[in-house]
Write a protein that binds this ligand. Structure first.
Ligand code: DX5
Ligand code: ZN
Length: 227
């Protein structure tokens, strides 16, 4: 729990005043910037691409966590690697050659993640665990900010946590695999996700709308500590 990380999603920010939100989030102590890339096919929405990420990277020193919600991540991978991503997460549903896709990310020397939609089973991860730095359990169906956390995902987070623990027990070198949750995370849901095993919380709407991000995150950490 002491290692809990916060990844701030800018999806629902006011883009005209983005630098203000970024400064606030950075001062409030977020660990990562979560950049949601949507293509209008894999999800019914459009968002930002590599040019925006590159221009943010020039001004912002946070760790860049890029979540690709696109139909064909293999085609776009190089431009996102070049944009300055520190972590690229692809969706298992659109990677028929997941081992190969992850190998390309690994080879680029950045961190690699796999995301699972709420209905996607976890067994597709079993044979790529050695290539993973992060598993993203979607706690909403991807595409939009401001949705409600799906309660059945608590059990899925716990199952992913079990998979990670088993994998780590079998390894000599203890590589840390983060478990990230994305969608509907705020004061009321964060503890449930963390107690189920989440180690990275993506927070968009709840943090954007907080009158004071630092106060909000302090409260969130206290709530988690007190169970
Ligand atoms: C949803 C995106 C999320 C989104 C989360 O498809 O992947 O990262 O920004 O937003 P909130 O925190 O509002 O649910
Ligand atoms: Zn996301």
């Amino acid at each position: 729990m002491d290692n809990l990380k916060i990844s701030f999603s800018i999806l629902n920010c006011d883009f005209f005043n983005l630098s203000k939100s970024l400064n606030q989030a950075q001062q409030a102590g977020v660990d990562m910037l979560h950049l949601d890339v949507m293509d209008g096919h894999f999800v019914p929405n459009l968002s930002i691409g590599p040019y925006v990420i590159r221009s943010l990277k020039e001004k912002c020193s946070l760790f860049f966590d890029v979540h690709l919600m696109v139909d064909n991540p293999d085609c776009l991978l190089d431009s996102f690697i070049e944009s300055g991503a520190d972590l690229i997460t692809v969706h298992a549903e659109v990677c028929p050659h997941l081992q190969h896709t992850l190998a390309r990310i690994n080879k680029a020397g950045i961190k690699a993640g796999v995301a699972l939609n709420p209905s996607t089973p976890i067994y597709c991860l079993e044979h790529v665990m050695d290539q993973l730095d992060l598993i993203l359990v979607m706690t909403v169906n991807p595409g939009f900010g401001g949705q409600q956390f799906i309660p059945a995902m608590e059990d899925k987070i716990a199952k992913v946590s079990g998979l990670v623990e088993n994998y780590q027990l079998q390894q000599d070198k203890k590589k840390r695999i983060e478990i990230q949750v994305d969608g509907g995370i705020g004061l009321d849901t964060a503890s449930r996700a963390v107690y189920a095993g989440a180690t990275v919380l993506v927070m968009g709407t709840s943090l954007c709308n907080a009158p004071d991000m630092a106060v909000y995150l302090k409260q969130l950490r206290e709530n988690i500590k007190s169970g």
